[in-house]
Design a protein around this ligand. Structure first.
Ligand SMILES: O=C(O)CCC(=O)C(=O)O
Length: 262
């Protein structure tokens, strides 16, 4: 059974209201939007990624869009077999087009109060079933991203992502605690730097809910978050996470390159 979470507050009603967006983000450390993402572009990216996964033999070729696991692997980010496929994914024009959509650029401009800039770093995740030990651990993106702390991640699945497929969960208002030193979990094959249970501030329940196509969550670089495990027996989770900041603010080298410099 999936761990208990409370649903995100939906912010569709304030998507055009810069002061309201800033005020809610500053209080909660995150904003969740229902169905506001670019659905056609998300589906186009899903189709192209599924094509690569079919060619790799990771999913059932009879219905690639359902990303039904073939039984190959499970593979994890960092492993050669995964990286060989991942290199192709992050250079797909359809994959790169998702975060460039005007919905994000306009929303982010309202949030940063000026011209928003999308990092060149465009991350994709393929999360296998039967691999729960490699679920992304609790962390703050600032550990990995650096630059200005006023950097915001948009996480969204490429398609529906019900709770049992392991969407992203956020610990609300934790950005107010500042940056917490991360420690290494040697059992993790990627993103091994994270926060232990003992380091987590007592700040209320983890938030999550089923994600449908076009739903996304965005959060501050100090906001603590993690993935829920993919508990399905036979589905791969496809998602993308992209970061934005105010143009001209400090930016690290890592955010200006491709993921793993692939
Ligand atoms: O999708 C995941 O498993 C991790 C994503 C994440 O941690 C992020 O977007 O910062």
């Amino acid at each position: 059974m999936q761990e208990a979470t409370q649903p995100y507050t939906v912010s569709n009603d304030i998507i055009g209201d810069a002061p309201a967006l800033q005020s809610r983000l500053s209080a909660d450390g995150y904003l969740f939007f229902k169905g506001c993402g670019p659905k056609e572009k998300l589906l186009a990216a899903r189709r192209d990624v599924a094509g690569l996964l079919t060619a790799a033999g990771w999913i059932d070729p009879r219905d690639p869009m359902s990303t039904r696991w073939s039984g190959a692997g499970p593979y994890t980010e960092g492993e050669q077999a995964y990286m060989d496929v991942y290199r192709k994914i992050i250079h797909l024009p359809s994959f790169k087009a998702v975060p460039e959509d005007s919905v994000f650029m306009q929303l982010m401009s309202k949030i940063v109060g000026g011209d928003a800039m999308l990092h060149r770093l465009r991350i994709g995740r393929i999360t296998f079933p039967s691999n729960t030990g490699q679920t992304t651990a609790a962390h703050q993106d600032f550990h990995y991203i650096r630059g200005t702390p006023a950097t915001y991640t948009v996480w969204q699945p490429l398609g529906d992502c019900p709770l049992d497929l392991g969407p992203l969960t956020v610990l609300p208002a934790t950005h107010t605690k500042g940056f917490i030193e991360h420690s290494e979990d040697k059992s993790k094959k990627y993103a091994s730097m994270g926060l232990t249970e003992a380091q987590l501030p007592a700040s209320g329940p983890w938030l999550c809910n089923d994600f449908e196509l076009g739903d996304f969550v965005l959060f501050h670089s100090y906001t603590i978050h993690k993935a829920l495990p993919n508990l399905t027996s036979d589905r791969l989770r496809l998602s993308t996470d992209n970061r934005f900041q105010k143009a001209g603010d400090s930016i690290s080298e890592v955010s200006q390159g491709t993921h793993y410099n692939l």
